[in-house]
Design a protein around this ligand. Structure first.
Ligand SMILES: *[C@@H]1O[C@H](CO)[C@@H](O)[C@H](O)[C@H]1NC(C)=O
Ligand SMILES: *[C@@H]1O[C@H](CO)[C@@H](O)[C@H](O)[C@H]1NC(C)=O
Ligand SMILES: *[C@@H]1O[C@H](CO)[C@@H](O)[C@H](O)[C@H]1NC(C)=O
Ligand SMILES: *[C@@H]1O[C@H](CO)[C@@H](O)[C@H](O)[C@H]1NC(C)=O
Ligand SMILES: *[C@@H]1O[C@H](CO)[C@@H](O)[C@H](O)[C@H]1NC(C)=O
Length: 463
């Protein structure tokens, strides 16, 4: 149960109030996910119940013909707890219900002042509803509501001394033990659910991705619980570290499809991807140096001034026998568009072409603008890019006099093909999914939808 809440809670890491804004990321936990949470949560609850402090029971009872008899039961330790049956369900508009039934608890043999005793209780039933809300700071808040615990039977066995006497009012003590235990269980449940909240409050408000960027995952509204799932709407916006500049675009509202085959679904909007592009562009991180080392050995052309002889004769003349280097830099933030099974990436870049002097000084030869080039990628993993549209080139600045740019296009095409594997290495480090403690994704599947990417996955928890 605790882990179940943990999953809900941790899925939404945590941010200043973002309510009222449109979500960039949506997460849906299905009944199947809930049941998995139950499977890993019940053992944790068992552990907590095992550590429960059983109440000391002192009192006195009037016994027919004998008068008042004092009793004192102390030092009881839980030996064994079983919770063989439990069920979780969704309560639309409220949260999650948890019903545990047929549980039993045995205690270790304890001493009382006349001898020893054992206690066992069975027919333990706990029912509670866990409400899930946003706490107003973008974090989810869980609370145990309507908790009820009951025990149908308690059996106490007293041995030694005048135990025959006490066994006479066994029924009375049983009732008292049951009442005491019942009183104790719901606060225990509630306290442990409360602990989840205090844990969440200590978590970082923003998730740092690298030295350039952080992402905000705060809830934009309270989680929506329906008959079949719980859905969280998260901000999902990238920022430059410490600088929360708003991009000129806003999220397009989207809703997740009604799939329920997997435990978890996550929708990542084009807005979230584009806010990343905006941030990395602002940080000057969208740049790639292309050197001769990146060109395969077997390739007939090297990145040197001799290769350019035919295309731009003055290069070879002014800078004979020199290696060259290219710097590809985003000129505008790249934008991505998601359509069913279709990702379109648009980016304007500049390519600065250098000659490398024998003393390693770089001399700028010219700067090219590469406008609106498109990479389309039908239904493939987001992190692999191919270019198949033509490239629109124009000369930005030339330090070597005028020359025809058009013939360079095919050369650049080849260069881009060479560097794409390098770009893909960067992209395949992957999109930073919300960090969920010790939970890994099992067989995630990715589908490109209109305006967002849908990831359906099962999860595995390793404590
Ligand atoms: C119950 O009685 C025992 C023994 O007389 C004593 O040690 C203990 O403090 C008492 N506990 C309470 C809660 O009164
Ligand atoms: C992919 O999307 C782009 C822009 O959204 C569109 O121009 C193109 O025709 C689409 N391609 C396919 C194969 O659907
Ligand atoms: C690229 O540049 C062209 C022309 O300057 C402009 O129309 C286009 O919007 C730019 N594309 C992006 C993605 O910024
Ligand atoms: C390197 O060589 C170039 C060309 O000969 C010269 O202009 C430049 O000053 C040199 N740089 C250094 C650091 O020696
Ligand atoms: C995650 O796993 C580590 C070791 O595997 C463990 O120390 C830690 O307590 C676990 N965290 C949670 C939240 O279960």
């Amino acid at each position: 149960m605790l882990s179940l809440c943990c999953i809900l809670a941790l899925l939404a890491s945590f941010c200043p109030d973002t309510s009222g804004t449109t979500a960039g990321v949506k997460v849906k936990l299905t009944q199947k996910g809930l049941e998995y949470g139950q499977k890993i949560g019940i053992p944790i609850l068992l552990k907590k119940l095992k550590a429960i402090d059983l109440p000391e029971m002192n009192g006195s009872v009037g016994v027919f013909l004998i008068g008042r008899v004092a009793y004192s039961l102390t030092g009881m330790k839980v030996l064994n707890v079983r919770l063989p049956q439990s069920a979780v369900g969704l309560v639309p508009g409220i949260g999650v219900s948890l019903i545990i039934s047929d549980g039993y608890i045995d205690t270790d043999t304890s001493k009382y002042f006349l001898g020893t005793f054992d206690l066992s209780v069975c027919g333990l039933t706990i029912t509670t509803t866990i409400t899930i809300k946003s706490d107003g700071t973008g974090r989810p808040m869980v609370r145990s509501a309507n908790c009820e615990a009951s025990l149908s039977h308690a059996r106490i066995r007293l041995r030694g001394g005048a135990s025959w006497l006490y066994n006479m009012f066994n029924g009375y003590i049983n009732k008292k033990v049951r009442k005491e235990l019942q009183r104790k269980i719901c606060p225990l449940v509630s306290e442990n659910i409360q602990k989840i909240n205090s844990y969440m409050k200590t978590l970082n408000v923003l998730k740092k991705i690298d030295r350039y960027a952080e992402i905000e995952y705060g809830l934009t509204e309270s989680p929506v619980v329906s008959v079949s799932s719980t859905e969280l709407s998260l901000k999902g916006e990238f920022y430059n570290i410490g600088v929360h500049k708003k991009p000129a675009f806003a999220p397009t509202p989207f809703s997740l499809p009604p799939n329920e085959r997997n435990m978890l679904y996550m929708g990542i909007s084009a807005f979230t991807a584009n806010s990343a592009g905006f941030v990395y562009k602002n940080a000057g991180a969208l740049r790639l140096r292309i050197t001769d080392k990146m060109i395969p050995r077997a390739f007939p052309y090297r990145l040197n001034t001799k290769t350019f002889e035919a295309l731009i004769p003055q290069i070879a003349k002014q800078y004979p026998n020199m290696m060259m280097k290219l710097l590809v830099k985003a000129a505008t933030a790249p934008t991505v568009t998601f359509a069913p099974n279709n990702v379109t990436l648009q980016a304007n870049t500049t390519v600065t072409v250098y000659a490398i002097q024998p003393n390693t000084t770089l001399t700028t030869l010219f700067i090219l603008n590469v406008v609106g080039n498109k990479g389309q990628n039908k239904g493939r993993w987001l992190g692999s890019l191919t270019f198949n549209d033509h490239i629109n080139l124009n000369l930005g600045t030339s330090y070597i006099g005028p020359f025809k740019v058009k013939p360079l296009a095919s050369f650049l095409q080849i260069m881009l093909k060479i560097v794409i594997p390098h770009v893909n290495v960067i992209l395949q480090r992957g999109f930073p999914l919300p960090n969920i403690a010790n939970i890994s994704l099992v067989k995630p599947r990715l589908v490109i939808m209109k305006d967002y990417v849908l990831i359906g996955t099962d999860v595995q928890f390793k404590p």
